[in-house]
Design a protein around this ligand. Sequence first.
Ligand SMILES: *[C@@H]1O[C@H](CO)[C@@H](O)[C@H](O)[C@H]1NC(C)=O
Ligand SMILES: *[C@@H]1O[C@H](CO)[C@@H](O)[C@H](O)[C@H]1NC(C)=O
Ligand SMILES: *[C@@H]1O[C@H](CO)[C@@H](O)[C@H](O)[C@H]1NC(C)=O
Length: 507
Amino acid sequence: MESNAKAEPTKVSPLRLNTVRIFSLASALLLSMIVTVMCIGFLMSYEVATEVSSIEDIPYWKDKLPPEQQLWYDEAIEELQLALKRDLHKQLAENAIIFVTSGIDTETMAAARALLANQTKPQPALSWERFPHLGRLKNSCSNTELCDPFTVASAIFNGVRSNFRVGGLDSGVLFRDCAAAANISHHVKSLVEQAQEIRLRTGFVTTRRVTGANMAALYARTPNTAWECDAALPLAASAAGCIDVAQQLIKSATGRNVNVIMGGGRQTLVSNVPNTVWDPVDETTCNSQDKRNIISDWQLLNVKLKRDFAVLLNSDDLRELNGTKVDYVMGIFANNNLQLKNEVDARRRRVPQLSAMIMKSLNVLKRKNNRYLLVVESGVESTASVDKQMSTLLQLNDVVQQTLEKTSGSKTLVLVLFTNGKYVRNAVESSAETDVTPNVIDFGNEENTPIEQRLSNVATEAVVYAKGPRSYLLHGVHEETYMSYVLSYALQMGHFKPNSNTEQRHR
Ligand SMILES: *[C@@H]1O[C@H](CO)[C@@H](O)[C@H](O)[C@H]1NC(C)=O
Ligand SMILES: *[C@@H]1O[C@H](CO)[C@@H](O)[C@H](O)[C@H]1NC(C)=O
Ligand SMILES: *[C@@H]1O[C@H](CO)[C@@H](O)[C@H](O)[C@H]1NC(C)=O
C-alpha cells in the first residue's frame, strides 16, 4: 500500500497533491492498522485453537462440544489412540490358548454386553472385545440346513474340510466308510498332533464332554461323528476297523500324548455309570455299555509309560493337585456336561469351576523349557435358554480375563472363538444310523419352504477375537480352515515347521 502511495504520479497541483498525499497516507496507515489488528486477532485465536493435546503422538483439537457430543468424541479419541499404538506383535508365538464356545450367537453376546456395560460411559464390556484383532470364519454349512459341530470343529482345528458328519479325515472319506478312514493318506493332522510333533505340551479343558464335538476334533478321526462311544458304534463298523471317539483318547497316539484332559463325559468313558440327581446320565447321548473303563485304562497306560500323572474325579482332587509335580492329568468330573448353575450347587456336585481347571492346567503345561497349546471349551446346548447362554458368557468373560492375567501377552497368542451359534443337534448327534444329508438352501427359489424359517435353523458363522503374537493375521473374512494355518504359522509347526535344512541355513 505504501509503495503504491509513493508511486503516485506527481503532476498535480501542490495543494491538491498535499490533500491526496495526506488522504492516501492516512488510509494506508488505517489499512495497515486494520491488517495488524486482524493479524494479532488471528494469531491470538490460533493460539487458543492450537492448544492441541498430543497425548501419545496423536494431535487433536480440544474442541468444546456439547456434553452429548463430547462423550463420543472422547471415546473415539481413546479408541483411536489404542488403534494407532497397536503393536502388531510380528514375533513368533511361544504358546497359544484357544477358547471355543458353541451354542451362543453374537446377538446374545450383544445382550450380555448390555448387562455389563457402564450406562454412563460407552466401553467394551466383554474381555475379548478389547482384543485388537477380529476375524470372521465362513462356515461350510453357511447355506445348508444342517450343520455338524464335529465337522465344523474339524475344519477349524485341522485345516481341511471333511464331508458332512465326518471328522479328522479329508473329503476322500465318505460318511461311514471305515475302509477309506483307515487309509492314512486321508488323515489330516490336527493342531494338537502338530504341536506334539514339535514337543509343545498340549491340553484341553471343557465344561462339556471331553469326547464331545469340539474336543473330539482335536484328537479323533471318524467317518461318522455320531460314533462317540461303543453304544453308538455298530458291530459292522467295529469289524471294519472303526474305533469310537472315546477309545481314541487312549488308542490314538495324539490322544495318549495330551498332557491335560479335563471335563465331563464319564458316561462315554466308563460303562454303566450311576445315574443320580446330582450327576445325571444323558440318555440322548452315547452311554457306554461294553464294560469299559477308559479312565483306569489311561491310568494303567501312564504307569506303564512311567509318567508322573494324576487322575482327578472331583473338585477336591483338583484343589489338591500340585500341577508342577505332574506331566499328565486326566480329570473327569461329571457323567455328561459339568453343571455349573451356581457355587453352592457346584460344591454339592463336587464339580470344579472352569477357572480353577484352567489355572491348574497352566501349572501342568508351563515348564521352563516347554511351550504349550491349550484349548478351552465352554458352551451350551443349541437349545439352551437365553438365561443359560448369558450366564455362560459372563462366566467366560471372567475366565478369559483371569487367564490373560496369568499369561504373557507378548508370548502367548490368545484366540476366543465363537462357533455354531445355532446348530441342529438332534439331527446329527443322536440317531447314528439315519442317513441325513444337508440340503443346500436355494435362496433364489421363492417357492421353497419359507426361507426365513429355514434360515433360523442354519448354523451361524464363527467369529474369532485374537490377541498376542501374529494375531493380526486374523483380520477379515476367512475360510474356516484358515484359523488352523494361522496357529500353525504363529507357532511354527505343521507345514511351517522349520526343517533341519533351513535351520542349518539360518545358523
Ligand atoms: C462408570 O463410568 C464412570 C465414568 O468413568 C465412573 O465414574 C463409574 O464409577 C463407572 N461405573 C461403573 C459401575 O463402573
Ligand atoms: C489310499 O488313498 C490314496 C489317495 O486317495 C490312494 O491313492 C491309495 O490307493 C489308497 N490306499 C488304499 C490301500 O486304498
Ligand atoms: C508344588 O510342588 C513344588 C515342587 O515339589 C513345590 O516347590 C511347591 O511349593 C508346591 N506347591 C504347592 C502349592 O504346594
